[in-house]
Write a protein of this length. Sequence first.
Length: 236
Amino acid sequence: MPRLLLFDIDGTLVNSNRTGRIAVGRALDHVFGTAGAVTTYDFAGKTDRRIVRDLMAAEGYTPAEIERRFPAFVERMAVEGGALFTPDRVRPCPGVLPLLMALEQRDDAVLGLLTGNVISTAPLKLQAAGIDPTIFRAGAYGSDRLDRNDLMPVALERVYDAVGQRFPPEDVVILGDTPADIHCARAANARVVAVATGPVPYDVLRDHKPDHLFADFLEASAVLAAIFDSEDRSVL
């Protein structure tokens, strides 16, 4: 049975060196007239929809008004991301390119995305880091739902539409760099491979008990073994 691998983007596949935060701030300012506390807000593990809701609610906007303006924010993020997400600012995380190349060559892996990025910016970040967005057959994005835990059903339905196959939870692996990725996997009874290439330290990720944990993806053979060995649920 093939595995469905759902990748987070920021801190897992790419490092954008806070460029994403700049894009969000500019888009918020354009759409809402303020970026709020965007420079200090903790983005880790949150969807862009949640980030916008939290920041703009703190500025006095009602949930209904935030939702009304959110499509304009998504559109503006494409504009800001197109200008800001360049190869000199967005880099692949260590080991990501060889790992993805190895996965592409397998017939027992389907690659997808489960990311907090809105759908308009996800491909821009991947392209800037030298990753072909089309290798990911489908995905769920931060523009789809408020909370990350609600993205898994969206991803599964889109993957089914793309490849015509249903994946039971035991055949789904979420790969991410924050406790929110781990909790998302647990909520869906999926497996999780965590990597400490984002803002969350290795020891903190370990405390949240992922199935497997790596400092980075440089040892592709070890990561592949973790992904495809459904019996071994120990943290490495």
